[in-house]
Design a protein around this ligand. Structure first.
Ligand SMILES: [Zn+2]
Length: 286
């Protein structure tokens, strides 16, 4: 006969095994247990509370871009560890292995609902999506490509890491560099769209991620320069609820649109078609 004591671990083990198998996930926001496959089919948005789970660049490519995905450019750039920062090389190598990415960014040519664009996305899974010299260089090159090919530039960020501390001043230098490159798009009247996802912070937020003609944010994303905890400690005051979240920033005019991931593709395409130059009629042959 089983005692209560004996049954308890068995029940727990079964639950743990299921979660370990990856069939089920717990919503980080409302605690609801969700079926992974259903979540994947619904853009990784919790059906109960609308929480947007963090997803990687591959999923964003699938959700945003037309068939054919991303025609990647500027591959093969790797950082050189200029400061010989302790354990940077190891961290970089393990991130490559873990993510299958060369660096914390992908960039290239793409099509969004029939509109040709230059698209780039940073990925939080690769060292927090932080901007080292390679990430900065690829953003700058993507902007230059948009300028050269006269295509809109759509930049998605998931960069909680901000500027990559392991590259010190070389990372910080990417801030003015990327800012200068995207400013050239403005001069040339080429649309530049930012899509900010959770989290986009610090040196990334304070440079190319906040300079778009239109800034779109996913719901509930943490977006800012310094994290709320550090600000509270520094100024010795409690911050208002929702501080640095997308909705707060929309209310305060920093973000233009808070857009569900489900509508992201439609929204970007609509903005691009609104910002596009008037369509020129082909000249009639005589
Ligand atoms: Zn939820």
């Amino acid at each position: 006969m089983f005692s209560r004591k004996n049954l308890r671990p068995a029940r727990n083990t079964r639950k743990k095994t299921k979660l370990k198998d990856g069939l089920w996930l717990k919503c980080e926001s409302c605690g609801e247990i969700l079926y992974r496959r259903e979540l994947d089919q619904s853009c990784w948005i919790c059906p109960k509370c609308n929480f947007h789970f963090r997803i990687g660049h591959r999923k964003y490519i699938e959700l945003l871009l037309d068939e054919g995905g991303l025609e990647e450019v500027d591959k093969g750039l790797v950082p050189v560890d200029p400061l010989r920062f302790p354990k940077y090389k190891e961290k970089y190598r393990s991130s490559r292995k873990k993510t299958g990415m060369e660096e914390g960014i992908v960039s290239g040519r793409a099509v969004i609902q029939g509109i040709e664009v230059i698209f780039a996305a940073t990925d939080f899974a690769f060292m927090g999506g932080s901007m080292g010299s390679v990430v900065g260089e690829r953003v700058a090159r993507a902007a230059r490509l948009a300028l050269a090919e006269h295509k809109p530039f759509v930049m998605l960020t998931a960069s909680g890491g901000g500027a990559r501390m392991q590259e010190g001043i070389f990372s910080l230098m990417q801030m003015p560099k990327t800012s200068a490159e995207v400013a050239l798009l403005k001069q040339a009247h080429i649309p530049y769209i930012n899509i900010l996802t959770h989290p986009t912070m610090a040196g990334v937020m304070a440079s190319f991620a906040s300079l778009g003609d239109v800034i779109i944010a996913e719901p509930g994303a943490l977006l800012g320069f310094t994290g709320p905890r550090v600000i509270e400690q520094t100024i010795g005051e409690k911050l208002p609820p929702g501080f640095q979240r997308s909705e707060f920033l929309l209310e305060h005019g920093f973000v233009d649109i808070v857009c569900s991931r489900r509508d992201l593709r439609e929204t970007v395409a609509r903005i691009l078609s609104l910002l596009a130059e008037p369509h020129k009629e082909p000249s009639t042959q005589t």
